[in-house]
Design a protein around this ligand. Sequence first.
Ligand SMILES: Nc1ncnc2c1ncn2[C@@H]1O[C@H](COP(=O)(O)OP(=O)(O)O)[C@@H](O)[C@H]1O
Length: 216
Amino acid sequence: MNIFIMGAPGSGKGTVSSRIKDKYNLNHISTGDIFRKNLSENTPLGIQAKEYMESGRLVPDELTNAMVSDYLKSLPDAKNGYLLDGYPRTLAQAKAFEALTDGSDQAVDLVLSMDVPKEVLTKRITGRRICKGCGEIYNVYYKAPANEGVCDICGQELSQRKDDNEDSLKVRLDEYAANTEPVIGYYDDKDMVAHINADQSMEDIWSFIQKTIDEK
Ligand SMILES: Nc1ncnc2c1ncn2[C@@H]1O[C@H](COP(=O)(O)OP(=O)(O)O)[C@@H](O)[C@H]1O
C-alpha cells in the first residue's frame, strides 16, 4: 500500500507518520526531513533549498521532483510500500508524480489529510521543541519536558526548528492554503482522500487512522 500524508505545519503529520511506517512496515519518505538533512550537511541540494526553507516558502518543484524521483528508485522493496510525507505539495508536483508512477506498483493508493483549524496550528508550531539526541518531540504549551530545554528520555538538549517562528509560520500556512489545499481537492475529486479530524487526542487520531488503513 502506498500512502500520501498531507497536513498543514503543526497538524501532527510527523508523529502519526512515524507510527504508520512502523506498524505497516512502509518506507517513510519525508521531503522536509530530507531537505533538513541536506541543509545540515551543506550538500548542493541543501544549499539550493536553504533560503526557501528558512523563510517558509516551498522549494521549487523541479528540485523537489528530482529528489523524490531519485528516492523512489532507491527504495528497498522488502517493505509493504511507501508513506510519502510532505509531498506532493503543489498541483505540479502531483502531476509530475503521477506521470512517473501511473500504472506502476508505485502509484498512490490512499491520501490521508490531517485536518486542523488554523488557530490551533500556531500554538502547536511555535511551542514545538525537538530533542537533538533522540528526536522526541515536545511542546512548551502542551507537552513540556520535566526540566526546561532537556529531553526526558535521553537527557540531551532540545532545539527549535529554524522555521518554527511566527514569520516563517505565516508563510508556511499561506503556502499550504494556496498550493497544497488544491492538491487535496484534486485527490478528493478522485475519491482517494480520508479526512482525519486532527484536532483531537493523538490516541483518537491514531485509532481512526489504523481503522482507515485496515479497511483500505
Ligand atoms: N514537497 C515539497 N515541495 C517544496 N518544498 C518542500 C516540500 N517538502 C518540504 N519542503 C520544504 O521544506 C520545509 C519543511 O518541510 P516540512 O517539515 O514538511 O514542513 P511543515 O512542518 O511546514 O509541514 C518546507 O517549508 C519547504 O520549504
